[in-house]
Design a protein around this ligand. Structure first.
Ligand code: PEP
Length: 252
């Protein structure tokens, strides 16, 4: 089994920002200000075009590199896609699966998240499975139904060993890129429900599956979110684009 990731896990998702040159500049600046990597896991989810550059720029630092999406097939006539095998070959260690923009902008289904999780694990990539409810679902009292359905759909075929290799990210859709942040109590509530479901499958080992919070995490709110019950890390979009802001979050 892969080594568990030390917590907290601080993950940056650059989305569609930073080609190779600006990625290199970010890495140069980040390593000047980043906190020590012992006792925490720092991950950068770069655009696929910049993964090799980030890997080279950070080769002497214990920082994981992830891709933001994969196709579930290893290769083939899938123009514009990339596979887990290719991401691994480029030096990626992690992959985001089911990010809300994949689900809600590109129509990714629960079934496809399951295929992607399986493909990632088959190639030794750690999947970071993202789940989260829309504001309408939340207002309708469907938070638990939605996030547990997404968790179940993506993991139901996994055996215990593989399930323990996952990271989960709870990202309420209404908090992503909006400046709206869930309160630490909201995060703890959702994380507790996810942990409860993991416990049904893994017993005490459920405590070893890190659950990250994502949604408008900034340097000034990271500390209180990370202190919330069952929050073992953060997934950061906008604020991960600035090396100083990301370093402050990593140090929180
Ligand atoms: C994300 O991209 O996963 C995210 C949480 O974005 P932001 O921090 O910008 O809300």
């Amino acid at each position: 089994m892969a080594e568990p990731s030390p917590t907290p896990v601080i993950a940056g998702n650059w989305k569609m920002h930073k080609g190779p040159e600006s990625a290199r500049k970010f890495c140069r600046e980040f390593i000047q200000v980043a906190p020590p990597t012992t006792g925490r896991t720092i991950l950068i989810f770069a655009p696929a075009l910049s993964v090799c550059t980030v890997r080279e720029a950070l080769s002497e630092h214990r920082i994981g590199i992830g891709v933001q999406n994969i196709h579930w097939e290893d290769e083939g006539a899938f123009t514009g896609e990339l596979s887990a095998a290719m991401a691994k070959e480029a030096g990626a260690t992690h992959v985001l699966v089911g990010h809300s923009e994949r689900r809600h902008v590109f129509g990714e289904t629960d079934e496809q998240t399951a295929w992607k999780v399986a493909a990632a694990l088959a190639h030794g990539l750690v999947p970071v499975l993202c789940v989260g409810e829309t504001i309408e679902e939340r207002k309708a009292g469907r938070l638990e139904e939605v996030i547990l359905r997404q968790l179940h759909a993506a993991t139901t075929e996994l055996d215990e060993r593989d399930l323990r290799r996952l990271l989960i990210a709870y990202e309420p859709v209404w908090a992503i890129g909006t400046g709206e942040t869930a309160t630490p109590a909201d995060a703890a509530d959702a994380h507790g429900r996810l942990r409860g479901r993991l416990r049904e499958r893994l017993g005490d080992h459920a405590a070893g599956v890190p659950i990250l919070y994502g949604g408008s995490v900034k340097p000034d709110n990271a500390r209180e979110l990370l202190a919330a019950e069952d929050v073992e890390g953060v997934l950061v979009g906008g604020a991960s684009l600035d090396p100083r802001d990301f370093a402050k979050i990593a140090a929180a």
